[in-house]
Design a binder for this molecule. Structure first.
Ligand code: AMP
Length: 329
């Protein structure tokens, strides 16, 4: 049985990128493996140093996890900040993480560009905290989207470095996992590469149907193909990629065919895409509302999750301290 760990930052509501890149796989994996799924509330502080509603955001994402079908009886569902062993391992791993390699991380460079007024040390060491989250349970599989590939490569490097440094074979090198398929990247509606929480280009699981229709109808396209078989522009390819994940195969084939024959009407395609998104998210949105209203249930889930996560994390910490050479007097 594999040990699986993955998490999502509590910086805002979950979008279709989170759903297809992560959550859908969490739900599929929970039946077969030993799974730990957490809400990365410490990580959210790197970009939102003074979040207006930290608790509210955590509650929303937790409700969304559960509404998508993550079963807390099967998987360990917990909050990152409920496991103090994580920051302890993060501290220890930081001693063997080099500023140069952290500065070269693509996501760090991007954040330096995006938030030059707040290039904090937490942002720099984001991959170290992520590595601590994963290896603290000695995970060997991590269901993530393509956007996390580089971070996971760093996690593998930190695990390997620890093993080499202390001449042990303690941490497994965790593999990114997507059921044998290529890692997925869900594009945004604005013609760019990635759907994200802060990009303003996303469809959220909690969006009302009218909102989804409005956003999809506004999505960027182009002036249409001019000759049969013409290569798609990025914004149009993005619409097809979204359709590939939310719609039936016949629907996708229908629009591919019209594209190839230059008879496509983007308005018709967007209408269909919006309806298919609504069909997918509708039942989830209803469940989010129900679960969010049940504070007693949410409390029970996080308390049980924290206890199970700490059991696994503290066993690792005990070993790590011994390996490094800390000894009781
Ligand atoms: P984040 O929202 O950055 O905390 O990401 C949480 C999880 O969702 C990670 O496993 C990401 O790989 C995944 N994810 C986020 N955005 C996308 C996207 N646009 N396409 C695929 N996966 C994504």
């Amino acid at each position: 049985m594999d040990i699986v760990v993955s998490g999502i930052r509590s910086t805002g509501n979950l979008h279709l990128g989170n759903y297809f890149g992560a959550i859908r796989n969490f739900v599929r994996m929970q039946h077969e493996h030993h799974c730990y799924f957490f809400i990365a509330d410490y990580h959210s502080l790197t970009t939102h140093p003074t979040p207006s509603d930290l608790h509210g955001n955590v509650k929303q994402v937790l409700s969304e996890y559960l509404a998508c079908g993550i079963d807390p009886e099967k998987a360990t569902v917990f909050l990152q900040s409920d496991v103090p062993e994580v920051p302890e391992l993060y501290l220890l791993l930081n001693m063997n993480a080099y500023v140069g390699e952290l500065e070269r991380t693509a996501s760090f460079k991007e954040k330096v560009r995006k938030q030059p007024e707040n290039v904090n040390a937490g942002l720099l060491t984001y991959p170290v905290l992520m590595a601590a989250d994963i290896i603290i349970h000695r995970a060997n599989k991590v269901p993530v989207g393509k956007d996390q590939e580089q971070h996971l490569e760093m996690t593998r490097r930190f695990a390997r470095r620890f093993n080499n440094l202390y001449k042990v074979d303690y941490f497994p090198e965790p593999e990114p996992y997507n059921f044998g398929e290529a890692l997925i990247r869900i594009p945004g509606l604005d013609g760019t590469g990635k759907m994200g929480k802060s990009e303003g280009n996303g469809i959220f699981l909690s969006d009302e149907p009218s909102e989804i229709r409005k956003k999809v109808m506004r999505a960027v396209t182009d002036s249409g193909p001019e000759h049969p078989g013409q290569e798609k522009s990025e914004p149009v390819q993005n619409l097809f990629t979204l359709m590939q994940v939310v719609s039936e195969k016949e629907t996708l084939d229908y629009f591919e065919d019209h594209y190839n024959r230059c008879t496509i009407r983007y308005g018709e395609m967007k209408k269909q895409l919006a309806e298919d998104m609504i069909r997918l998210t509708g039942p989830i949105r209803e469940r989010i509302k129900e679960i969010k209203a049940d504070d007693a249930y949410l409390r029970k889930v996080v308390m049980a999750g924290a206890a199970r996560a700490r059991e696994s994390a503290s066993a690792t910490l005990r070993d790590v301290r011994e390996i490094i050479g800390f000894k009781p007097f």
